[in-house]
Design a protein around this ligand. Structure first.
Ligand code: BV8
Ligand code: ZN
Length: 250
């Protein structure tokens, strides 16, 4: 981004006690991870309801498992981008910075962010549907197709530890996200189409509780009309310039 940041953003950032950042698949796009609804999106071939839900998994566990394995292979082959790294920097610059993500790709943590609230789970974690035993990539029985639990006498289906459609979000994470949204001085909504609820209700919740709402996206979304500032562009450029301005302004 060559144009300087709007003055308002800089003064808001400098005056902010608490910054909350809410991210979606767009923040990982420049790493090479396909988004969900873009034209190269993950949902292009299948619709969410066909894959990311429990009944689809029970109907065809191998298909759903293979879709997650394909996504894990992509995620394993990419690196966090400048946007992820800028958010890790922001956490060190601001007294209170909470990162709420809808993403399951673990790229924020790999970039160094520590205060990360994963609303929709993490694709690198799995668990047994029958006994709840947790499995990561390393200890998964690699049998080709959906693995089964190796706990004595179990043999249950193992599923990705992500929140599927129709499933509740993890309670602690949801409560943490609500607290961080309600108390934010500045709330960034970055790289999300803001269509998946209840996560998509967080930006407006923050705004209604007094946050200054910034949206970063190359396209307008349903949230754009309510944003106090809409930065049209790529998060891999706009997040570093926001954080650099904050560093210089300190
Ligand atoms: C629940 C994990 C309740 C799995 C995901 C009708 C109306 C309203 C709601 C509903 C409804 N029918 C059903 C519902 C509820 C449903 C829902 O919201 N459906 C939507 C689709 C209508 N929600 C649920 O089911 C939730 N649970 O409600 O339970 C309940 C109540 C009682 C009892 C039991 C349950 C659970 C939702 C969680 C689903 N899981 N993911 C997986 O990953 O496989 S959702 C999935 O979508 C991802 O998590 C993703 O993060 C999320 C949101 O998508 P985005 O991240 O926004 O990605 P998208 O591709 O859409 O957009 C990318 C954006 O980036 C674009 O705007 C693009 O312009 C931008 N971009 C692109 N490049 C860049 C960029 N931005 C910046 N820089 C770039 N370079
Ligand atoms: Zn088990």
């Amino acid at each position: 981004m060559n144009s300087p940041l709007p003055e308002t953003l800089l003064s808001r950032l400098l005056g902010a006690e608490r910054i909350t950042v809410f991210t979606g698949a767009g923040v990982s796009a420049e790493s090479g991870v396909p988004t969900f609804r873009g034209n190269e999106g993950l949902w292009k071939k299948f619709k969410p309801e066909e894959l990311a839900n429990l009944s689809a998994f029970m109907k065809n566990p191998d298909l759903v498992w293979e879709w997650y394995e394909a996504r894990r292979r992509i995620i394993g082959s990419v690196q966090p981008n400048a946007g992820h790294r800028a958010l890790a920097d922001m956490e060190r610059l601001v007294s209170s910075c909470t990162l709420i993500t809808q993403n399951v790709d673990n790229l924020h943590r790999r970039a160094g962010s520590r205060n990360v609230v994963e609303l929709h789970g993490n694709i690198e974690r799995n668990y047994c549907l029958a006994c709840g035993a947790v499995y990561t990539g390393a200890d998964l029985p690699h049998t080709g197709g959906v693995p089964r639990c190796s706990r004595a006498g179990c043999n249950g289906l193992i599923r990705p530890d992500v929140v599927w459609f129709g499933e509740m979000l993890p309670e602690d994470e949801w409560e943490g996200a609500v607290r961080a949204s309600a108390s934010a001085d500045v709330f960034f909504s970055v790289g999300t189409s803001a269509v998946v609820y209840p996560a998509a209700s967080l930006p407006m919740m923050a705004k209604q509780q007094g946050a200054w709402l910034v949206e970063i996206n190359p396209e307008q979304t349903t949230l754009t009309p309510s944003a106090d500032l809409f930065l049209q562009g790529l998060s891999g450029e706009l997040l570093p310039s926001s954080v650099n301005a904050l560093k210089e302004g300190r």
